[in-house]
Design a protein around this ligand. Structure first.
Ligand SMILES: Cc1cc2nc3c(=O)[nH]c(=O)nc-3n(C[C@H](O)[C@H](O)[C@H](O)COP(=O)(O)OP(=O)(O)OC[C@H]3O[C@@H](n4cnc5c(N)ncnc54)[C@H](O)[C@@H]3O)c2cc1C
Length: 445
């Protein structure tokens, strides 16, 4: 099938949905654009989960869709979410599935929503044909032409960080969980099983919280380079603005951050207020660094950033602490080198020579590579970003060509813009990008 559209959004998650909302609100005709993505609009990998134990890692006033109405979700939640466990001393932390329902209902209620063309598929390739026109090929054989394209493909699911040696069959498929983000795998886990989590970030904490909720009694081993989890969210507010020094190098930046942060525990309000005061300026600083400086900073600060930036909901940390008090949770410091799965047993081999026998392995190693973006680089449509994680964009979200010029009809928003623009991972940062992009596109006609 061949089709034509004025504008195509590739992706169907949070970023695609908020972009659609803001485009419609800026007067872009609903029948002039198409959204291509395999699932229901607005949920994506982050909020399309099933497990009631997967919670937002931020309190209710922080996932913002409309900058002029930041408490829209908090108000909606009060009347539309029945969740007696959401309330904590650090704010309300709702289920991610409920936030997904909010976004889906929000976009579906927009005037014109039903006139947007939807193609339930994935784009495998994007190419220029002529006169600036894009050709998009989908995995199920669709071909669509469009004058403008917005890439919103988000966080690619995790892929195994090590070799997997497993024969075909049911046993390996249900025991080795490569992508745990939906939470579907949890129901099959027996209460006495030894569960090994590869990776020690928020996805591992999600697994621990869900296992605790379903009464898990067996051991849980976390394999990772450090035996530490992100801290719990405390109640924090930004009280002052840091007085950043001029001309920051990575070393100077790290020194300033270290001096600015108090010696209080990272779980305290005092420390988290200071940390959050530092964050708003970091994207501008990041964008001023050279690609080489960004690589140095990412290497030196990357792990600490992931640890303290993505703090966990208090409910999640409470569940972890309960299991730890029961001596059910232990860390195995190292990296997985190989997983072997045969009918009777699973064995994880670490790079330090340690071997761990398990009943189930859950891959919690985080975002995988986006093959669609890699293809754009391979096809010389786009330049890789300074970290080599995705494709590069400028501050107006235009994708950068290999000759360093920017495409004027190809944009990207969402977490994949991190290497170019800094910390654009949270829902509120993505909404801001969507609002600005919609304004920009509306001004083109
Ligand atoms: C597990 C998880 C939990 C998170 N929790 C929080 C949280 O609590 N709070 C917070 O602020 N942020 C959270 N985030 C951060 C997250 O980046 C953003 O909040 C936001 O959901 C990202 O939306 P997105 O649409 O860019 O990406 P995604 O949610 O990844 O959605 C992208 C969608 O595009 C589709 N897609 C991918 N490739 C193609 C293609 N080639 N063609 C067509 N469609 C394609 C995918 O199938 C997917 O549905 C979380 C992220 C993850 C992964």
């Amino acid at each position: 099938m061949h089709d034509k559209s004025k504008l195509v959004i590739i992706g169907d998650g949070f970023a695609a949905a908020v972009t659609a909302i803001h485009l419609l609100r800026k007067g872009i005709a609903a029948d002039s654009f198409t959204i291509i993505g395999p699932g229901p609009l607005g949920k994506g990998h982050a909020y399309g989960c099933e497990s009631p134990s997967f919670r937002l890692n931020v309190r209710e006033d922080l996932p913002i869709v409309f900058s002029d109405d930041p408490l829209h979700f908090a108000r909606w939640a009060k009347t539309n979410i029945d969740d007696s466990e959401a309330k904590t001393s650090a704010g309300n932390f709702y289920r991610r599935a409920d936030f997904g329902r909010y976004v889906s209902e929000l976009v579906a209620a927009e005037v014109g929503f039903d006139q947007i063309q939807r193609i339930p598929s994935k784009v495998s390739r994007l190419n220029q044909v002529h006169d600036g026109l894009w050709r998009l090929d989908t995995t199920d054989g669709h071909c669509i032409h469009s004058e403008r394209v917005i890439i919103a493909t988000g966080n690619s699911p995790p892929t195994w960080p090590c070799a997997i040696k497993a024969g075909p069959g049911e046993h390996a498929a249900s025991r080795l969980i490569e992508n745990p983000w939906t939470g579907q795998y949890l129901a099959a886990i027996g209460a006495e099983e030894h569960v090994v989590l590869l990776g020690g970030g928020l996805t591992a904490l999600d697994a621990i919280y869900a296992l605790a909720t379903q009464g898990h009694r067996g051991p849980i081993t976390i394999v990772g380079p450090r035996s530490v989890f992100p801290p719990t969210q405390a109640q924090w507010t930004r009280q002052k603005q840091p007085n950043w020094p001029e001309k920051l190098s990575p070393a100077k930046l790290l020194r300033f951050m270290r001096q600015y942060l108090p010696s209080a525990p990272t779980t305290s309000s005092e420390w988290q207020c200071a940390w959050e005061e530092l964050r708003p300026n970091l994207n501008t600083i990041w964008q001023q660094l050279t690609p080489h400086q960004r690589q140095i900073l990412f290497k030196r600060l990357g792990w600490a950033w992931s640890l303290y930036r993505f703090r966990a909901s208090p409910q999640t940390i409470k569940a972890y602490e309960q299991l730890r008090a029961n001596h059910q949770v232990q860390f195995a410091v190292g990296r997985a080198k190989q997983v072997e799965c045969s009918e009777g047993a699973i064995m994880v081999q670490l790079n330090n020579g340690q071997g761990i026998q398990a009943d189930r392995i859950v891959n919690c190693t985080g975002v995988g590579r986006d093959v669609f973006l890699d293809r754009l680089v391979a096809d010389s449509i786009a330049l890789p970003d300074p970290l080599g994680h995705a494709v590069g964009v400028n501050t107006k979200l235009n994708v950068i060509k290999p000759n360093l010029q920017a495409w004027n009809n190809l944009w990207m928003l969402g977490p994949a813009t991190m290497g170019s623009l800094g910390d654009v991972i949270a829902a509120s940062a993505i909404s801001k990008q969507a609002e600005e992009l919609a304004l920009q596109i509306a001004s083109l006609d």
